[in-house]
Design a protein around this ligand. Sequence first.
Ligand code: GLU
Length: 516
Amino acid sequence: MNNKPVRVRFAPSPTGPLHAGGVRTALYNYLFARQQGGQMLLRIEDTDQNRYVPGAEEYILEALQWLGITIDEGPQQGGPHAPYRQSERKEMYREYAERLVAEGKAYYAFDTAEELDAMRKRLEAAKVAAAQYNAITRMEMTNSLTLSAEETKSRLESGEAYVIRMKIMPKEDIRFNDLIRGWVVVHSSQIDDKVLLKSDGMPTYHLANIVDDHLMGITHVIRGEEWLPSAPLHVLLYRYLGWESTMPQFAHLPLLLKPDGNGKLSKRDADLGGFPIFPLEWTDPNTGDKAKGFREEGYFADATANFLALLGWNAGTEQELFNMEELIAAFSFERVHKAGARFDIQKANWFNQQYLKNLDDARLIAQAKPLFEKQKINVTDEQVAQIVFLLKDRVHFVKEIVSESSFLFNTPETYDQELVLKKWDEQAVSAISGFKDSLVAFEGEFTAHNIKENLAATMETLGIKMGKIMQALRLALTGEGHGPDLMVTMEILGKDEVITRLDNALTRLPAQIRLA
Ligand code: GLU
């Protein structure tokens, strides 16, 4: 183990929007780097030009920024190891591949696509489990191990297409201690002769990733479980390049699973469930396919980060609400699970609700006001404040403060039939008309408190229990059986509107009952 200052990297490929798993990887890298007083790098792994998607890099930057994941070195920030985009580092990688060839740890391979295909078919016909280029099969193929030195040289000089493959030694044990999974031991016979340099001169992911992690002084590779099968190959590459003593430590994070826990989370699950799995909205530039974003769906950035942090990690206590500082302090690899983490959008909604409840009213009001305006609902700051007070504990999203308050702006046209038949009886009629009369005569300030006193006094006089008529009153005022605090609701509606609504109910409901 070494005591070098911690340097971690988030190394996405710009092949589309960053999904929740990718964001969580970035987040854990960030938490660990900040906790250790280390550095966090962003490296764009864009060596696979066929999979490059325009806009994806910008998307990644914006998503990290939204969540408050700050980067110390990267394409935007620059740094001592610039450039941080692999396509701009293309020339650097060849040297290492050639060095491995010179040392007998890699070789040139000239096989055409047809020849590779024929090998695959041959092996399949012979029922060889893994059809691959390896210590046995490479001796039957067209490469610098089977061709003479002159033949190889002349093929290279004539400009024939070739790749450089790693020459995996057949009898090596590869072991490394994953910070989450413990010891991983693999035998080299399990690994095929992976291509390191492609025929277009670009490195493969494996070569570029190892060369860059080495050159950039990365101390910890924190990434998704899907890279675990590649890790033994990476360890071998460090060994072959003579860098094993300074090799980073690995931490492979658990997969994100479908909401029901069966299988890997996919965009299809999100589309079917109507929930986001991406931080920001995304429209695929090639297909026009759209994906929802946490931001646009109304999740707070800090609630989203909190939710993602707990997908695969917990503090070992009951605490679930963590701001970024608290996450940085509490994070540890020992408490990252090995098993996949179920992506439960209800939990994300719960987090959002908690953050909404804890948000101070002034900020909530400032966020809600423009949403009312967007819906062309005219409200004063004071009204928004009242509505926020009324609904704050009942909603998960700021936008619900608008949707859930529509009953305040629209006098009911219809009334819940079942409830009408159940609750609109003679007693209700006399209670409500008595209450209405008391309001007409009422001259004081129309506050929730005074309204309640008024109602209580009226019911006392009529000899009717308050509890008996509350639902009928709500029905008369809103048309429905459930809703927020009725006294505050009446205060917001104002005296005139309350009287109008009570009058409406008194005249309309008898007819509704007759027709039933
Ligand atoms: N470019 C890889 C990805 O897209 C990086 C994997 C790694 O972190 O090594 O996930």
